[in-house]
Design a protein. Sequence first.
Length: 289
Amino acid sequence: MLRHKEDIKSVAYMAVTTGLLAAAWWLPFFNPYVFAGLMIMAVPVGVIAHNHNHVRFWDSKALNVLTDYWITLFYGFPAFAWIPTHNKNHHKHNNREEDHTKTYRVSEKNNLLTLVSYPAISSYFQQGAIKEYLQLMWDRRPERFWFYVSQYVVITLYVGVALWLNWQKALVYIVVPQQFSLFSILAINYLQHVHADELSEMDHSRNFVGPVLNWYLFNNGYHTVHHEQPGLHWSELPEAHEEVADEIDDRLNVENFAWYMFRVYILGPFSDRFASESLRHERMQQSEG
């Protein structure tokens, strides 16, 4: 039934996340290990939401619908929202002026403050696109409108009932991981585009090519080829990246994610040697010259 056999890993990730929540809920005491597990899994849940939006997991429409609901519960926001904000906006404009998720809306800098504030700012400016899309569906495809609204209903009931049953557990084991999932996927988008050159044919995205990170996040580090071929399954991204890696500025192919984060956000404020280099700024300087 799976369109790509590799998505057994996606289903397994979701099953593990669901199992962790069940364990956390039934344990009579707070378990830091289970909570840590939920937080660790919250990051790939956001990536799974992204992947299922681009390439549906199942041949069965019914199973894809159920998966949308399943993802919605753990992602913390209706899964359909990727369509207007990501497919129809971000992929179309790719960090250019019209992109609701553009990284330079507030500042051209790349530091810890811009990183941690970006998800909230980006999320705020995406809401208009969601409302417009819902209105469009109401006018043209009311059956889709009601399906999308049902995702809001399901997640509201899910969180509401959980809070009613045990508000402490609901906050710690459901709401906090949901918010971390939402935050992390937007932060990843920021890291993949900040200080890249949005007008360049191949230098519009940053790639994190380390094997451990990409194993954890379904090859989400290979971002250039994802933008070039958004319908390509995540399992095919490493090979596609290898074909174009030499065409991408070396500064945008990052081997060590941990060192990049430490270099740019911890050492960078104290030394230009370690700070992020803006290809966007370089292009603007050249055009002015």
